[in-house]
Design a protein around this ligand. Structure first.
Ligand code: HAM
Length: 423
């Protein structure tokens, strides 16, 4: 027999963890709705060229992390490594950008990375993209939205905001030249990866974790010295607005992000609580992308949250724990079960929000009560012979330790409504 296991880096989310995921997804969706963002649902597969063009040919993602394949027709397709490119594609295709748009999406992304805690090959993002606003008030809104989400989940104190402006593409090209000229002079002191990047993607050297490279960078030219006037002014306004809104941030001139589509502001929300994979959320402005995909020149900005990392943070605080039942239905025998089924369905119709578990598979009262206990239910509803013939049910508290009570069938909704709201 073949011993099948999940593919490396692809993770099952088990029933004991799904309540936390649902709690996070629901909370984020509610905050997004309250800021006027609408959900868009996008395909998981897009044309390979879409990603190569927008994310950049010489980025890690496109060079070595994409799950790309040819379909039966010979078309080059890729499991999406991120959501921005597909969202811009959809916005252009359906002409959504003729008026400003504020969109969000949620779902799995795929990157062939080395798996470790907080880093998977299939992972999940909630992404936010806004089109049609070129002024920094949008950037501020995106950052406030982030803060609102962290606060709603109770993890606000664990996350800090790092902010940078990487300027216009022209300013960045000039900075690249300055940086390369400086680093060429110290080439032998660079780590191997950075030496390679010197010719492919020099800005990524700023991200190097190597201490010697970091020491070299301390003397390197600074990005902000090369910024174009428009980017400089926007960044200043962004900082002023953030201060007015009381949102704390740290300017990090070495923050350049791993995707090529950004211009002007970029940012990351990071935590020290998760070890090496501390970036929970990243984003920025990408004013050139809509035009690049054939749409009318339209500014855009957004961010994406890594849900696995966010879930680890939420879990570390013990929030969003297990979902427990409200009621567990215990039956004496088959005829009691037959009687209980229709009554319980009626109860479910009256109270769809209650979690009611019917005991399945028979067994003694003792074993049924054991299950009821384990379910976390507040009350057991017991149908024995007497209850069946008298059209009543015994309500037995499982948590609060009070006395059990016999309730007539037609009083059950009222009685339980009171009891469940007290407990
Ligand atoms: P990104 O920085 O590549 O940006 O990914 C955003 C977040 O996804 C990361 O901060 C991290 O939390 C999570 N993440 C990335 N890779 C993995 C992985 N292998 N395992 C677990 N989590 C991961 C983007 O994807 C951009 N599309 C964000 C954006 C939207 N920019 C503008 N709009």
């Amino acid at each position: 027999m073949t011993d099948y296991r999940a593919v490396r880096g692809m993770v099952d989310i088990l029933p004991q963890d799904t309540p936390r995921w649902q709690y996070i997804e629901k909370t984020l969706a509610a905050v997004l709705g309250s800021y006027g963002y609408s959900e868009i649902r996008l395909p998981i597969i897009e044309s390979t060229g879409l990603f190569a063009r927008s994310i950049g040919e010489v980025t890690d993602i496109v060079e070595k992390e994409m799950y790309s394949f040819e379909d039966r027709n010979g078309d080059g397709l890729t499991l999406r490594p991120e959501g921005t490119a597909g969202c811009v594609r959809a916005a252009v295709q359906h002409n959504l950008i003729s008026t400003p748009q504020k969109l969000w999406y949620m779902g799995p992304m795929f990157r062939y990375e080395r798996p470790q805690k907080g880093r998977q090959r299939q992972f999940h993002q909630v992404g936010v993209e806004a089109f049609g606003v070129g002024t920094p008030d949008l950037d501020v809104e995106l950052l406030l939205l982030g803060r609102a989400m962290w606060r709603a989940l109770g993890v606000g104190d664990l996350l800090t905001l790092e902010l940078n402006s990487i300027g216009s593409p022209e300013a960045r090209a000039q900075y690249k030249e300055g940086l390369v000229a400086y680093l060429e002079g110290h080439k032998t002191a660079l780590d191997e990866d950075s030496q390679r990047r010197l010719t492919t993607n020099p800005l990524r050297i700023l991200d190097s974790k190597n201490p010697e490279t970091q020491a070299l960078l301390a003397e390197a030219p600074e990005l902000h010295a090369y910024l174009d006037d428009a980017s400089r002014e926007d960044f200043q306004q962004l900082c002023e607005l953030l201060e007015a809104a009381g949102l704390e941030y740290r300017v990090n001139q070495r923050l350049v992000r791993g995707l090529d589509y950004y211009n002007k502001s970029v940012f990351e929300w990071t935590t020290t609580a998760l070890g090496a994979q501390g970036t929970v959320c990243g984003g920025g402005r990408y004013d050139g992308m809509v035009g690049q995909f054939g749409g009318r020149d339209t500014p855009g900005a957004g961010f994406a949250i890594g849900l696995e990392r966010l879930a680890l943070l939420v879990e570390s605080l013990g929030n969003g724990g297990e979902q427990s039942s409200d009621l567990y239905v215990v039956v004496a025998d088959e005829s009691a079960q037959k009687h209980a089924l229709s009554r319980i369905e009626t109860l479910r119709e009256h109270k769809p929000a209650w979690t009611i578990q019917m005991h399945l598979g028979g067994g003694s009262f003792k074993s049924q009560f054991k299950r009821a206990d384990k379910s976390g239910a507040a009350f057991a509803l017991v149908y024995g012979e007497t209850e069946v013939s008298n059209n009543e049910v015994t309500v037995k508290p499982l948590r609060s330790g009070g006395e059990q009570v016999i309730v007539a069938d037609n009083q059950l909704v009222t009685y339980l409504s009171q009891r469940l709201s007290q407990d």
